[in-house]
Structures are given as C-alpha cells and as structure tokens.
Design a protein. Structure first.
Length: 400
C-alpha cells in the first residue's frame, strides 16, 4: 500500500454582515485545492500543492522534518483571492489604494522551526512583482509557545516602509482567540478579532469582527461581522495535520498584505479616491486653476478608475499659454487602472485666446479617444464635454 496522501481541501461557506450597509451575503469560498504529502522517512514528508481559481494559479511545496517545516510558494493572477492566506484570511485587496486590474505575482519562502524551551518560530519572506511598478516586500517573524502565538510583519515598497501588522493568537481548550491588524503609512488600517473552534474532526467554525478605517477614502470605512463554517476532506484530519498549509499560508498572507497595502507606485499610494468622477475632477481643477491663472499656463492630466470603481486623478502637468501635453490615456495612468476622462485648465484671461470655452483642439482630442473632458476656465467655471451626446455642461464654480 502506498503511503502517499492525496486530498482535496478547502470547501466552505462564509456569511458576512456589514454594519455599514446591514447587507447579508452568502457565498462559496476557497474552492478545492490539490495537495500531496509524500513521507520519505519515519520523521519527514515532502509536500506539494496546486490551486487554480478563475484567473489565479498557485503552486507551493516543501518538506516537514520533525518540528522543522520549510516551504516555498508562487502565485500569479489579476487579483489573488484569500486562498492559502492564514495570516489575514479574506483580506480586501482594494481597501488601501483601490486595487489593481494588472497581473501580479507573489512568491517567497517560509519556515517554522524550534528555538528550544518549547518555543516554535515562524519566519516568512515574500516579494510581489508586477510590470511598471516597484517590487513590494513582506517579512514576518512569529513565536509560538504553549498555545500563545505572537507575530509581527513589515511591508515595504522597494526599500521604503509602507505598512506593518500584528498577529496574536491564544489557544485555550480547543478554542482560539485571534487578533490581527494591518496598518499602512497612508492613514488606513484593518483590525480584526476572531474566535475559532473545531466542533468536530475536519470541521472549522469561526466568527470575526473587523473594523476598516481609511482616512484617504472614508467611503471604504466599514464595521463587519463574519461567520464561517469550513469542512475539510481527505487525509488532512485536524489542525496539526494541516500544519504545512498553515506555514505556507503565513508566507502567502504577508505577500498579499504587501500587495494590498501598496500599489508599487509612490504616486498612487495614499492618493485621494472619490466615489464620483465629478468629485475627482473638481478636487484637482479647484486646486490647480488658481496656479494656472496666475502663471497663464495650461495644466492638465487624467481622471482614472481604480479596480474598486473609485476615481482618482494623475498629478497635473504644466504646459504653455495655449496647450498642454497630457499624453495618451493608455500609458499616462497608473498600471492596473483605466483612464476615464481628461482634465485641463486654460491659463489666465489672455485676450489672444477664447479661454472660457473648449477649443476645437480640445473637442477633437476628446473625440479621438472617445473620453469625456473637463475644463477649468480663467473665470472659475468647471465645464464638461460629454463625447457621447456632444453636449457641454457647466458643472459649477472653482477657485481662480
């Protein structure tokens, strides 16, 4: 008889209640993943796992030798789900900066080993990479002894710190009480308290309360209650037998935390977000129009849509008295976002130009890319050219 263990793991249901919207949601999570454990001696086993969800691909492997566990992992997708994330399950990848539509990769190594005196140490290091942005890194260190676990992690964009977090857990009589935080350097944080227990073999039940606060985008603020029931199948019979997956999950989790906290772009991290496109246009035109009028120079840029459908704007580019080059909508907005409209100003009340109206060149530009355009005028009016209807609207007043 072969000693190899093969199982499909991770079928579950989760219900969430949001106190911000009082909406109840029931959905299937964590589809089945393929996992192989191959003992190679009385004390050790080799592990390999793979998971495919929609546009996601996960691979991980490693070995267990006594109290030592070492593993490596690689995942790539446009948006990586909570799969294998045991550090902060269900992490919202759009909360901190709006998320990304671009493909990215998470890879790294993780280990658990004894220090002596009954103390186990967990360490993990992960790198997040994507085209056109700086790499992001996550590093985790934790200690565990007699049912008490204390861990911390640091997140960075290149060499610049962008966030940190804490992971605390206390196991008492079959129940586990956990507290986790993720905080960014851009005034946003997630905090969660969870109670987990195993009412029967192969079953996990948990209830968690989460508080999300983002001072850059208060529309994302939310208090939520989660209830989860998970049923495990196959060879993995209890939490101890699933220890390798837990260690891998710490590494994946710190990588996903780095991807969630930072976009990889210093211009985008911490940038303001808005529920409505007009709000984003007003914010930037109201700020730059007085400068434009004083300098008698046009300024402009793009309004773009984040993965969470919020709106942001690129920093204004300065031009001349009668033009500004804001580039193309295809390569002038951050990676993983979509240009949705242009904006520009018309400088000061220069008698050489009709600066209170969209110029023929402005209208042609908007039609060329089939994107609406916003205009800030010297007299302090904010206007919109709707390319679908070819109408021009006066939306209100801005500073001049």
């Amino acid at each position: 008889m072969s000693s190899k263990k093969v199982c499909w793991v991770g079928l579950g249901l989760v219900a969430g209640i949001s106190t911000a919207s009082m909406a109840t949601e029931l959905s299937e999570i964590a589809p089945a993943q393929f996992f192989v454990e191959q003992p190679f001696s009385e004390y050790g086993s080799l592990h390999y796992g793979a998971l495919s969800i929609a546009d996601e691909q996960h691979h991980y492997g490693g070995l267990s030798l006594g109290e030592l566990t070492i593993g490596a992992f690689h995942a790539e997708a446009h948006t990586v789900s909570e799969a294998q994330n045991t550090l902060y399950p269900g992490l919202d990848q759009t909360f901190f900066y709006g998320g990304t539509r671009a493909e990215f990769q998470v890879q790294g190594i993780t280990a658990e080993f004894p220090l002596g005196g009954g103390v186990q140490t967990q360490v993990a290091s992960a790198q997040v990479s994507a085209a056109g942005v700086a790499p992001r890194y996550g590093n985790y260190v934790g200690l565990q002894r007699r049912g008490v676990e204390v861990g911390g992690f640091q997140l960075s964009r290149g060499s610049e710190p962008v966030g940190h977090g804490l992971n605390l857990a206390l196991d008492v009589g079959g129940f586990e009480l956990a507290y986790q935080t993720i905080e960014s350097e851009f005034d946003a944080s997630l905090r969660r308290v969870a109670l987990l227990w195993q009412p029967a073999s192969r079953w996990d039940v948990s209830i968690a309360v989460e508080r999300a606060r983002n001072n850059q985008f208060t529309a994302a603020d939310e208090d939520q209650i989660f209830f989860s029931v998970e049923r495990y199948f196959g060879a993995a019979d209890d939490r101890e037998d699933r220890g390798f997956n837990r260690v891998i999950g710490l590494g994946v989790g710190v990588g996903l935390a780095a991807a969630a906290v930072s976009s990889g772009s210093s211009d985008r991290d911490g940038a303001p977000r808005f529920l409505a496109r007009d709000e984003a246009a007003f914010e930037v035109l109201n700020a730059i129009n007085p400068v434009s009028v004083a300098e008698n120079r046009e300024h402009g840029g793009w309004i773009y849509v984040n993965a969470d459908n919020s709106f942001s704007y690129t920093e204004p580019v300065a031009g001349t008295a009668n033009s500004v080059n804001i580039g193309s909508p295809f390569n002038s907005v951050p990676e993983g976002t979509l240009a949705n409209a242009s904006y520009h100003t018309h400088g000061g009340p220069d008698p050489r130009f009709i600066n209170e109206q969209f110029s023929p060149q402005d209208l042609f530009f908007n039609r060329l890319f089939r994107l609406d355009g916003y205009l800030g005028t010297p007299a302090g009016f904010m206007k919109l050219h709707d390319v679908r209807t070819e109408q021009i609207f006066v939306l209100g007043r801005i500073s001049n």
